[in-house]
Design a protein around this ligand. Structure first.
Ligand code: SF4
Length: 423
């Protein structure tokens, strides 16, 4: 028998822990994207077009921005790419798309930013990898050149360390020190230390050159889930800079999505991470925007942000043998996402709407009542009728071939009524 006695205190409601960080400002025109501090965790992404192809790149930047990317990074790897950056910016401005552009620099960033001042000004933030700025005595000089330009134009900088291009001089020094320990650390632990040392010491150097510490964002990316968690926990304790979080080279499709979600969720729940990128390898023919969809879904699932109306759908089972239910769930999800660029402006608050598409009577009516608008499709052996629930009440029953179209129209009129200007 169960014991129904109430406990003395309620079960705590889970939520992400807070972390205090500095706040960076990534700015283009009147679009100010704050990162860190009390700002919401930001979504960002990166193009995979050739930056030299300015129009193609501007189109992809716009697609990523419309999917919800609040900053978009482009590679700036050659003089031709640097020359194209102002044209990309111009194209976006003409389209009314003021998403800030982030320039990704490796090896020759000091030369490109010096030789192409229009590029340096058109970008809102620079990503600098301390492992790729030069060797020996050139390293600090070339790093310093980029930081001076960032300070001059008041740009934010991400100091982005990656274990694939870790500063080998730092790693060698730490390995030497480690060999002198009575009980040497594992090589993996020395690598964690080298990643953090490279990021934090580069940030301190940037500050000493004159970069506003608020405008510094750090990242230490690795491709293993437990490695990322280990590194970011330590990094978050050792500095108060805003942190860019992402699992590097996450992989393709399900593997990349699951690995990124696993790693980022643990850290975000601990309050670690001020902006995220999901580094998915697109499947052939897959839209680049998928990485933005996954990043947004991670934040929305954790209750940290709300981007698009959510569709609650059951997994289906032996009670749903036709594909009608799956097709309707997909159709509604696609429809809601497709409407968001317009709805975001036209119907403020619509992103918090909940829609349920359920497969049968077992959980269908109950789940639909919890949603703002929901439909419970008939399962096997049930009468061919689909009750629709609006604001918790049964509003009508749909029948026949046109259920999908009729339900979509009901969703649309619900949005207009509830979130429109007259609401
Ligand atoms: S709601 Fe019905 S169709 Fe959906 S999983 Fe549950 S029992 Fe199966």
């Amino acid at each position: 028998m169960s014991d129904n006695t109430f406990q003395a205190s309620p079960i705590a409601i889970a939520s992400a822990l807070p972390r205090k960080s500095r706040q960076a400002r990534v700015v283009w025109r009147n679009n100010v994207v704050t990162v860190g501090g009390n700002a919401p965790v930001r979504v960002q992404s990166m193009t995979n077009t050739d930056t030299v192809e300015a129009v193609e790149t501007a189109i992809q930047v716009r697609q990523l921005a419309q999917a919800g990317s609040e900053m978009v990074r482009i590679t700036v790897n050659t003089p031709e790419a640097a020359a194209a950056v102002p044209y990309i910016r111009e194209q976006l401005d003409r389209m009314g798309e003021y998403v800030p552009l982030v320039g990704d620099f490796h090896y020759n960033g000091h030369r490109l930013l010096t030789d192409y001042p229009d590029c340096a000004q058109a970008l809102s933030k620079y990503r600098i990898n301390p492992g790729n700025v030069g060797k020996g005595d050139k390293k600090d000089k070339q790093f310093g050149q980029m930081i001076e330009i960032a300070a001059k134009y008041d740009k934010a900088v991400r100091i982005g360390v990656n274990w694939g291009s870790l500063d080998q001089e730092i790693m060698a020094q730490l390995m030497d020190q480690n060999s002198l320990r009575a009980q040497p650390w594992e090589t993996r632990q020395v690598m964690y230390e080298a990643l953090i040392t490279s990021a934090v010491s580069s940030a301190k150097l940037a500050e000493s050159i004159g970069l506003n510490p608020d405008n510094i964002i750090l990242s230490c990316k690795v491709s293993g889930v437990q490695d990322l968690i280990s590194v970011y926990r330590a990094l978050a304790q050792r500095c108060d800079y805003a942190l860019h979080l992402g699992l590097t080279e996450a992989g393709m499709a399900t593997k990349g999505t699951v690995a990124s979600t696993a790693a980022l969720s643990v850290l975000l729940q601990e309050g670690i991470g001020d902006t995220i990128r999901v580094s998915l390898t697109p499947l052939p023919g897959e839209a680049r925007t998928q990485e933005v969809v996954v990043a947004s879904e991670i934040l929305q699932s954790l209750g940290l942000r709300v981007f698009v109306p959510s569709v609650t759908a059951c997994p289906g089972c032996g009670r749903t043998t036709s594909t009608t239910f799956q097709e309707l769930a997909k159709q509604i999800d696609d429809y809601l996402r497709g409407q968001m660029p317009v709805w975001r402006v036209q119907y403020p608050g619509v992103e918090a709407m909940k829609v349920a598409v359920m497969g049968c009577i077992v959980n269908g009516p109950g789940e639909s009542k919890h949603a703002d608008i929901g439909i419970s499709l008939p399962g096997n052996g049930e009468a061919p009728a689909a009750p629709v629930f609006i604001d918790g009440e049964k509003a009508m029953t749909l029948r026949g071939e046109g259920i999908a179209t009729e339900f979509q129209a009901l969703v649309e009129s619900y949005v207009q009524r509830r979130y429109g200007s007259g609401a």
